[in-house]
Design a protein around this ligand. Structure first.
Ligand code: FES
Length: 139
């Protein structure tokens, strides 16, 4: 069998293996779900200094170690996966006038996670958030 016959008849995985490319390199980070959320739950205390911005209406936090946006939307805490639905930037966020801005390419999302301005065309992933006093659990 010559090279052309091999490539015509082989599966994609076989061809990749032939060229020394592993499918393993396509795996995702185990701590992050494909949709931009978290696979394990995270918990924090609102009294920790990192979460002080959440005391104020419109205050928001990008979780220090997880790709999660948390916002105080008129007193209601909400959480979203911070993976932008345009091309996946996770840590490039800012807010103003109750709008999340992804600085990678300029997409904007409201505090419901809905697209306000593209290029993104899908909403942010809303995550389950449970508050028990000052303890917040997400995921
Ligand atoms: S990744 Fe957010 S706008 Fe492109």
């Amino acid at each position: 069998m010559n090279r052309n016959e091999f490539l015509k008849n082989a599966s994609a995985a076989t061809v990749l293996a032939y060229f020394g490319i592993s499918l393993e390199s396509c795996s995702i980070d185990v701590d992050e779900a494909p949709s931009g959320g978290v696979q394990k739950s995270i918990e924090f205390n609102l009294n920790d200094v990192a979460y002080i911005p959440l005391e104020n209406y419109g205050g928001w936090v990008l979780h220090p170690s997880e790709n999660v946006l948390i916002v105080n939307d008129d007193g209601d805490l909400k959480a979203f996966g911070s993976r932008c639905t345009h091309s996946g930037c996770t840590r490039d966020w800012d807010t103003s006038n109750e709008i999340f801005h992804c600085s990678c390419h300029g997409s904007k999302f409201n505090f419901e996670g809905e697209v306000v301005t593209g290029p993104a065309n899908a909403p942010l992933t809303r995550l389950t958030l449970v508050r028990n006093g000052d303890i917040v659990t997400i995921g």
